[in-house]
Design a protein around this ligand. Sequence first.
Ligand code: SUG
Length: 446
Amino acid sequence: MTVREVNFDGLVGPTHNYSGLAHGNVASMSHEGLVANPREAALQGLEKMKSLMDAGYAQGVLPPQQRPDLGALRALGFSGSDAEVLARAAGEAPQLLRAVCSASSMWTANAGTVTPSVDAADGRVHFTPANLQSSFHRYLEPATTARVLGAIFRDEAHFAHHPVLPATPAFSDEGAANHTRLAGEHGAPGVHLYVYGRQAFGGDGVEPRRFPARQTLEASQAVARQHGLAAAQTVFAQQHPAAIDAGVFHNDVIAVGNGPVLLYHEMAFRDEQGTLEALREKMATPLIPVRVPVEAVSLDDAVASYLFNSQLLSNPDGTMTLVVPGECQEREAVWRCLQDHLLAGHNPIAEVVVKDVKQSMRNGGGPACLRLRVALSAAERAALSGRVLLDDALYAELTAWVERHYRDRLAPADLADPQLATETLTALDELTGLLELGSVYPFQRC
Ligand code: SUG
């Protein structure tokens, strides 16, 4: 197994809170105002990483971003000392203060899109940070994301970085959450399934009506073009508008693929058969579709449980493990589907592992949202910069770091506290030392 999938999980930042910022994301909308526990959130994430590492999967970590983003507030006209900027924003525009405090970079499935070297004409791993332009709080991420990815995947002989797409609605890009690579195994050539919610130019106007479609066809096509993928390597499929309107704001809330397996809900794609046929036609190996019908799991149950936001992981014996959020146990139909349909079915899924990531889930981020998959050869893994591959020592240090710096209670009203900003900068400065990343944050660069 020289090519391995490395899951780079986002470390939850110290300002994790419930501000209800994500329109169309049912969990975020319904948990607005709740008191968050950033320490528990970060520890839940670390525990997931550690248990997957202990089970033999390759695990990486990506740092959180600098929040509150005081630079963004200054760009919007707030001036004075840091404390004055925070106080003015809290008084005059609390919604902006909440946005610049979001810890949303934890969901690294939205950090960018990655193409492994085996599929790229130049034999390098390709990265495009997602512009995340569909919401203000996430639009703030790509500049630092690009620096972090650039710092870790620094070696130009192995890694190629592309510019963020134009941050305008026509090129709305949410990264790997809408991208699935299907292949016989991680080291074999793959077919890239890009799922979009709407077409910016032309199209037939069949789009969601209630909630926004976050990914455009044009954005997905541009990423594929940047990465040098040929038509024979790509499939572009429209998400079912009814799914988006039910709260499926990314494809990874309704489908997950790994190797030749595509686990998906009947309502994932506008043209289910056409999507499967296109994949079959282009894949070098037989596609294994695992379809969950509406009768087994309703759209509402899929959204509430995040069944499809599970991590589907390959095991050396050819079986796969599905890492599901704890919420799947709370929905009877979902739990039954896991036992009777998925585990007992004729497919490689042989094990279900339940993980508690409730703090993240309340903002609409399940196990799969928390990780960016990067398939890397042994030489590429050896070429990584920084100390970002998890081992026991790093896990222990990160856990201690969280326990030293994170609060266990954060309400939206606490975001104006200048002390929170100071605590966060101290923590992040220490973290970049721990991860050996150099100066990736704005406060370290001025
Ligand atoms: O973009 N939530 C994120 C959740 C992203 C989940 N990622 C994937 N499905 N891959 C979003 O909607 C909520 C933040 C808040 O409400 O404060 C938020 O941004």
